[in-house]
Design a protein around this ligand. Structure first.
Ligand code: HXC
Length: 263
């Protein structure tokens, strides 16, 4: 184990809740994702989720690469028995799914293979006009292994997902926006400014309603429509037990800013 910092953490903003920017930091390897990096990322995500001063989390990489995939050098000799025993990916890739706060992916450059899958595990993706998305695993004799075959069709539809997974072609930022993979595309030199503004718009809201809105949207991907709508309704009703709902609505009617009480 080295002491290399593979994920840097930086707090932005000045309000009661700020934005934690987590930056993947293996620039020479285009942020190829190895186990050590994923352990550091998981720890940083959980720490930010547990920190009351953090409203939103942003996950980003470098100008050239969000992440060019799982580290091929680290995987090349792995046996099936080793992959199952670890268990590879399952052990430390999906910590992000436990995070209740919004996680925004800020993607510039390559988001390939596990990098594309990691971006899709975030709640939404804002892309620089330099972004390139792809699931090229088929070219190295494997398939996407961190949810790509499941999340990509949900994001872009079956036909485009099959096209990308089977031909390994990359999608540029404009196509990714048209297809619904990313929520917006911005000029590369404005990426962090736009992402931090989006995060700030969320940071001033009631943390309870933000976390529950995220949970409800995620629920829509997990089961049938009826289950999702029933779940949403129960959560919606329960928010009427909070002081923040009373405050939020009163502030609107009184034409003033709400003062969230976090209750
Ligand atoms: C390990 C990687 C890497 C990766 C790039 N590098 N991607 N190392 N794993 N996934 C390394 C290169 O070996 C090289 O190291 C350095 O980063 C710069 O990369 P270049 O190839 O020289 O850069 P460029 O010519 O600009 O090409 C960029 C690229 C290409 C198109 C992104 O690097 C590429 O095709 N990378 C692999 C993409 C891929 O197949 N991803 C899927 C991986 S499998 P040196 O030492 O030579 O300078 C996967 C499985 C997910 O993600 C399953 C679950 C997690």
């Amino acid at each position: 184990m080295s002491n290399e910092v593979l994920v840097t953490c930086e707090l932005h903003g000045a309000g009661a809740r700020r934005t934690m920017v987590l930056r993947l930091n293996r620039p020479k390897q285009l942020n190829a994702l190895n186990s050590e990096l994923m352990d550091q990322l998981g720890a940083a995500l959980l720490a930010a989720d547990g920190d009351a001063a953090v409203g939103c989390i942003v996950l980003t990489g470098s100008d050239k690469a969000f992440a060019a995939g799982a580290d091929i050098a680290a995987m090349a000799r792995k046996t099936c028995a080793e992959a199952m025993a670890e268990p590879f990916i399952t052990r430390n890739w999906e910590t992000i799914r436990q995070v209740r706060k919004p996680v925004i992916a800020a993607v510039a450059g390559f988001a390939l293979g596990g990098g594309c899958e990691l971006a899709m595990m975030c709640d939404f993706i804002i892309a620089a006009d330099t972004a390139k998305f792809g699931q090229p695993e088929i070219k190295i004799g494997i398939i996407p292994g961190a949810g790509g075959t499941q999340r990509l069709p949900r994001a872009v539809g079956k036909s485009k997902a099959m096209d990308m997974v089977l031909t390994a072609r990359m999608m540029d930022a404009a196509e990714a926006e048209r297809a619904g993979l990313v929520s917006r595309v911005v000029a590369a030199d404005k990426l962090m400014e736009e992402v931090l503004a989006a995060a700030e718009a969320i940071n001033v809201l009631s943390p309870a309603s933000v976390a529950l809105a995220k949970a409800c949207v995620n629920k829509s991907f997990q089961g049938g429509l009826d289950d999702g709508v029933d779940y949403e309704r129960r959560v919606f009703h329960s928010l009427f037990a909070t002081e923040d709902q009373k405050e939020g609505m009163a502030a609107f009617l009184e034409k003033r800013k709400p003062e969230w009480r976090l209750r």
